[in-house]
Structure formats: C-alpha cells, structure tokens
Design a binder for this molecule. Structure first.
Ligand code: GLV
Ligand code: MN
Ligand code: MN
Length: 414
C-alpha cells in the first residue's frame, strides 16, 4: 500500500465535505435534519457507491455502505462515526472516521482481499446533540433506544420537535424502530476512528491513540423563571431576577467539578438564553445547558446533586422557580480489550507509535460499547484544537489510521 496514495484519497474525500456548512468561512455548522446534512449524505452515499459498497439510509437517517464477506451469515464489522457537526466546528470531527472507513473499503477492493465477515461503513446522524441538546441520536436508534415519546419530547431552540424535524428531512418518525439492529446477531464489532480533539498525542509524539475507555456524560437544560419588572423602579430586595439566581448557580459549577475529583471530571455551561433579554427589564427567564462528564459516574451524580440543591436554595430564597430537563444520561464505558490487543499488534507490525489513552470527548462508541465489542483509534489534532474552525489533522496521520484498521481486519478476519 502506497501511503501517499491513501493520504491523497483521504484528502480528496475530506475536502468534498467542507462546503456543507451553514456558516461558510466560519467553520462547519452541519446540524442534524438540515439541508446541509442532506447534501453531505448525498455525497457520502456517492463516495461509498464508488468504493463498491451497497448503500442504504435507515429510519434515523444513518447511512450504511456494505461490502459482503466470504461467509454470508457472519455478523458485520461496522466502521463508523458521525457526519453532523457542532456550531462553527471543524471539518474533521466525525467525518474523518467515515472517510477513513471508506478508504479501508477501497484498500480491501484494491488488494483483492475478501474478509470472512461483511464490513459496513456507517455515517451516524446527530451524534453531537447540538440542535436538541441531546447526543448520539443515530447510534441510540441503532441500539433500539429511541421511542415516540423521545421524538415528541425533545425540541430545538425554535420549538421544533425531533419528530417534526425528521418529517421535514424526509424521514418517517413512525418507523424509527426500523433503525434498530439485532446487534447480537448482526454486528461483530464497532470500530471508530476519530481525531483526538486534545493535545496529548502531539505532546507525547505518538502517531496514534488506542482508546481504553470513554467518560460518562449527563446533559440537562435548566430553566429559571423570575418576574419581568422595571429595572429602575424595582428595589433590589423586591425583585425576582432570574439572572441573579441562575448566575449564582452557574458560577459554582467549576468549583463543584474540582471538588468532585475523579478521572476526567468536567462541567460546562455552554448555552445561555435570557428573556426578554433587554437592558432595562429584569430578566424573567434564564435557560442554560449543563454538560457534566467523568470516568466515574458517582462524580457526575455528585455535581448534578449539588446543582439541584443549589437551585432549590437560591430560587427558594428569591421566590423564583426552576425546571431541570434531562437530555442525555450515558454511563462511562470501557472499550473491548480483545480489539485493543489486535490494534496494538497492528501498530507493532506496521511500526506505528501509539499510546493507550482515555477519551474525554463523547463518541458514538460510548453508546455501542456496553453491548457491542467496540474499539476506537485516535489520530493527533494539531495543537489539540477541536470544536472550533481551526481544527486540523494531517492527512498522512489519517492514512496511518486507515492502514492500521485495514491490517487489523486482514490479519484477524480473513
Ligand atoms: C462530542 O464531541 C462531545 O464530546 O460533546
Ligand atoms: Mn464533536
Ligand atoms: Mn466527534
């Protein structure tokens, strides 16, 4: 295999997806169930077909490209990641893993090797949870975890339900259960290649990371409701200021995360909305997101417990009210040791430097790992930057990941 040819093919594919953004020149904004995703999926589908894969879209909008193996009844090896993005993110988060998967299929085709198992290259839909405050919609649907209540309950910031967004996108929400796989019979392994999104590999000068486990995550949307009044005439002790309450709680989040300790424990408030949002009106309502992660679930629970207790105390004292909507709750996951050992051997055979490492980012693999043997390969991120427009990964490093996955499949599944 000529590494330069592989890197060039990956670059060509990666560049095809750059235009599908709602924020051209300001990074990639490819939110789920939008025209940008639809156009991206059309091109992806074309690239899969040209690599010799049989393509289908499931009821959740996930895309699969399948290559049959020599033994028709064996379960598939699924190689996947997501095609949606955050707001003004980079072109590599998610897409790199799908493009590397397609490249592995091309490498198999070019070398004439037929694996015993089928392979499926999967593009997952709405991993980031950017529009509905959630996460892992496509893989949750694949695992049979999405029902009609979920589709009706979750709404975006314009009040559009997930159900209605699916309809606008051309999917039938009533068929969501069709996206569920009989994974025990149909899927032998889930392998995800992803950019690291942090500085560890670059700092350690390693070509690849082999992921041992992924942090658990909980996401909430908190609404604090006060009373809109005149900012000049209402004395400080007679106002019910939703912002004064919310900001007091938010400002403690960093302290709670530090206090909880534990591996990979972090807490973030990344979204805040104020109403009526005017200079001379006391805020009536503040809505904010909470994203808490840790390798140790008890640390997440402790932070969320502090959040609830403080909301009760602060709002109670001021006469405000609050509501906490749970959007996502996933336990931390360990990845499969057997697959890790295969990948480790592959790195050794190919002379690629690597290190074992945990993931602080959430991934589709977090959703699959409890039930399907799952492995992740990390590729270095320049300066550790991600979820921003400057996100960058060298195509030659992505070629290393493609080479590793190809060799691992050929050595173990031929
Ligand atoms: C996804 O990238 C996440 O970790 O939030
Ligand atoms: Mn991301
Ligand atoms: Mn990602």
């Amino acid at each position: 295999m000529d590494k330069q040819v592989i890197a060039n093919r990956i670059q060509k594919d990666m560049e095809l997806f750059e235009p599908f953004s709602q924020t051209p020149c300001h990074g990639i904004t490819r939110l789920p169930f939008t025209i940008e995703v639809r156009k991206c999926v059309d091109v992806l589908s074309n690239r899969m077909e040209r690599a010799g894969l049989t393509v289908r879209e499931d009821a959740a909008g996930n895309l699969y490209g399948r290559l049959e193996g020599s033994e028709p009844n064996l379960p598939a090896l699924v190689i996947g990641s997501h095609f949606d993005s955050v707001k003004s993110g980079g072109n590599f988060d998610g897409m790199a893993g799908i493009v590397v998967g397609i490249e592995v299929a091309r490498m198999l085709r070019d070398s004439g090797v037929v694996l015993r198992n089928p392979i499926e290259i999967m593009g997952t839909h709405d991993e980031e949870g950017m529009r509905f405050g959630t996460g892992f919609f496509g893989t949750k649907a694949m695992m049979g975890e999405i029902d009609d209540d979920y589709l009706r309950r979750l709404k975006d910031s314009d009040g559009v339900s997930l159900r209605d967004a699916m309809i606008c996108y051309g999917l039938s929400p009533d068929k969501i259960k069709d996206a569920a796989r009989d994974y025990q019979k149909e899927i032998a392994a889930f392998i995800e290649v992803h950019i690291e999104q942090g500085p560890v590999l670059e700092d350690a000068q390693k070509q690849l990371g082999l992921v041992t486990g992924i942090v658990g995550m909980q996401r909430y949307l908190v609404t604090v409701t006060g009373r809109p009044d005149h900012a000049g005439t209402t004395p400080m002790d007679l106002r019910i200021d939703a912002m004064a309450c919310a900001s007091k709680v938010i400002s403690q989040m960093t302290g709670w995360a530090k206090e909880a300790g534990g591996e990979g424990t972090v807490a973030t408030v990344g979204f805040v909305q104020v109403a009526p949002n005017a200079v001379n009106i006391i805020p009536q309502e503040v809505v904010f997101s909470v994203d808490v992660r840790s390798k140790e679930e008890c640390c997440i629970d402790q932070i969320v417990g502090s959040l609830r207790a403080e909301l009760e105390a602060v709002c109670g004292e001021k006469g405000a009210t609050f509501k906490i909507d749970e959007k996502l709750k996933v336990a931390p996951a360990s990845l499969d040791e057997k697959l890790l050992a295969m990948l480790e051997k592959g790195c050794g055979d190919l002379g690629l430097s690597y290190m074992r490492m945990p993931s602080g980012a959430g991934h589709d693999s977090l959703q699959t790992a409890p039930k399907i043997d799952t492995a992740m390969v990390f590729v270095p991120s320049k300066d550790g930057r991600s979820h921003c427009p400057v996100e960058w990964t060298e195509y030659s490093d992505l070629a290393n990941a493609a080479h590793l996955v190809y060799e691992t499949l050929v050595s173990n599944y031929r």
